[in-house]
Design a protein around this ligand. Structure first.
Ligand code: TXE
Length: 501
């Protein structure tokens, strides 16, 4: 797709909050954050941070929309019509959304276009799920009818990260509002542009004011004000494990439920019984798609000894050939990392790897053919053992770590020797091998001979430090709704009459 939109940058207005369906006008005073294009390091906009008072106004709007507004009380067909209208409006504005996302995150436009299509589908899918919710009845106790209903839980605080804002924030919102909940969304301070447009589009599509409010700012200020607000009923968070831990601690003190989608260090296991060509394509996609900045990256590549030398050699040859560059161009495979501090963090693992005794196979530096931008060469190292830091820590960039194993049992043991447990990739045409991995690896998703396939009908989330809870029809129903038991006698029941003569 060629990008036909033309805009002048910096955008001459601040990115501000959207509260009660209205754009908040930036006050004369306030804390500004520069929004930067990672491809050329130019400032493209500024966001005005929402302080405690503004976060409070956003929560009050969501509260009012929940307690008194039409959204939770609406006939499901009317609510579904609005969610379908959101889907249609997202599609209608797909080009602009993809452009803003690509501009602000550095993700290749090709990937972003897939994300925009998925976000539209998220709303369609969960609208359908919510319209099929049903309850239970119990009649076993003579003379009584007990029925169980599901009700929306209330106001959610939704916190989104910077690595794929459209895909991840839309999942947070699309799993939350169809049941009748309302929310306040806080995107990452690094990547507010597509998020702001997304929330505008929700309103253009007919979403009532107050159902989705947007606040922008740093995690420690705006995010903290949101997650500690007493009128929030639940928190959905996608981001790093350290931040997730802090949010869960705050939520725990306030007795608010949390759903956390956190990091990963997923094993991508290549057995000698695999179709090697496909495994090679899958291993490259697993670590280098989305600029390597994805929780479900196959970042620990375990190769069985008999094929290891050849596999690694071919992987490295392909990695050296990857087209790095302007993410807006159709044939770019890897764009820049999202922000300077992140590039520096990812680069710091090259030295960590060296100290661990790992062998640098390719890359390992800032891409020097790019004069501007936070580009990193596709990198791969061979680690001496799984205890090495590069095998245990989430690096979150185009940085693959190889390990060599001998047996099926050893591969399973290495895959499980991690504090994370988000996904696992298994490449093998041997049924026993596949079944053992599926049964014995402790991860929320096991991909067999396919990378990165997201089935919306299936729960998605992580074991161990990769998260708490799942996104999916049943799991989201349970997280975002309350159960109510109503007990009614069919005939007048005999009661003890306290104080009666
Ligand atoms: O993200 P943070 P960071 C991993 C990845 C990355 C590491 C650190 O390994 O290198 O985490 O990333 C908001 N209260 N992932 O620190 O802090 C913040 O403003 C409330 C994996 O840049 O997790 C942003 O909106 N909110 C991952 C959001 O949390 C707070 C995606 C995510 O930022 C807050 C991103 C607070 N106290 C990073 N502190 C994935 N699962 O895909 C921060 N935030």
């Amino acid at each position: 797709m060629s990008v036909s939109l033309s805009r002048s940058f910096p955008l001459n207005q601040h990115v501000t909050s959207i509260i009660d369906g209205e754009s908040v006008v930036a006050k004369r005073e306030g804390f500004d954050i520069e929004v930067v294009n990672p491809t050329d390091e130019q400032v493209i906009s500024r966001l005005r941070e929402a302080d405690d008072t503004e976060v409070d106004a956003a929560v009050r709007s969501a509260r009012l929309a929940f307690d008194q507004g039409p959204w939770p009380r609406m006939d499901i067909n009317a609510r579904k019509d609005i969610l379908y209208s959101i889907r249609d409006h997202l599609r209608k504005n797909a080009e602009e959304l993809a452009y803003l996302e690509c501009l602000n995150t550095g993700l290749p436009l090709r990937s972003v276009q897939v994300h925009v299509d998925r976000m539209a589908r998220n709303f369609e899918f969960f609208a359908e799920v919510a319209s099929n919710v049903h309850g239970e009845t119990y009649t076993q106790t003579a003379g009584y009818l007990t029925y169980i209903t599901r009700e929306p839980k209330g106001v959610a605080g939704c916190i989104a990260p910077w690595n794929a804002p459209l895909a991840l924030a839309s999942m947070r919102v699309a799993t939350c509002i169809p049941w009748g909940n309302t929310c306040v969304l806080k995107p990452s301070e690094y990547t507010p542009l597509s998020m702001r447009r997304m929330v505008e589009i929700f309103h253009e599509a007919g979403l009532p004011p107050g159902v989705v409010n947007l606040v922008n700012g740093r995690g420690a200020v705006t995010g903290q004000a949101l997650v500690s607000h007493p009128d929030i009923d639940m928190i959905g968070f996608t981001g790093g494990t350290t931040t997730g831990r802090a949010i869960a601690a705050t939520a725990g003190r306030n007795l608010k439920p949390v759903a956390l989608e956190l990091g990963g260090k997923s094993a991508n296991i290549i057995f000698e019984s695999a179709d090697i060509e496909r495994a090679l394509d899958g291993a490259l996609a697993g670590i280098f798609s989305n600029n390597g900045q994805q929780c479900l990256a196959g970042s620990r590549i375990l190769v069985q000894r008999g094929i290891a030398d050849e596999f690694i050699e071919r992987f490295v040859a392909r990695a050296k050939n990857i087209r790095l560059g302007d993410p807006m161009l159709a044939d770019t495979e890897i764009g820049p990392l999202a922000f300077r501090a992140h590039l520096e963090r990812v680069l710091s693992f090259v030295e960590v790897a060296r100290r661990d005794g790992a062998k640098l196979l390719t890359g390992g530096a800032r891409a020097n053919d790019q004069s501007h931008g936070w580009f990193m060469q596709p990198t791969a190292v061979l680690a001496p053992h799984n205890d090495a830091q590069v095998c245990q820590e989430e690096i979150f960039g185009p940085f693959a770590t190889f390990l060599i194993f001998d047996t099926l049992d050893e591969a399973i043991q290495i895959a499980n020797a991690s504090k994370f447990g988000l996904v696992t990739y298994v490449w093998s045409d041997d049924l026993h091998t596949v079944m053992r991995c599926s049964r014995d690896i402790r991860a929320g998703t096991v991909w067999v001979n396919t990378p990165l396939m997201r089935e919306l009908r299936a729960p998605f989330g992580g074991y161990k430090e990769s998260g708490i809870g799942r996104d999916g029809p049943q799991a989201s129903l349970e997280f975002f709704t309350e159960l109510k038991s109503t007990i009614i006698p069919i005939d007048a029941v005999k009661m003890h009459r306290y104080g009666a003569a």
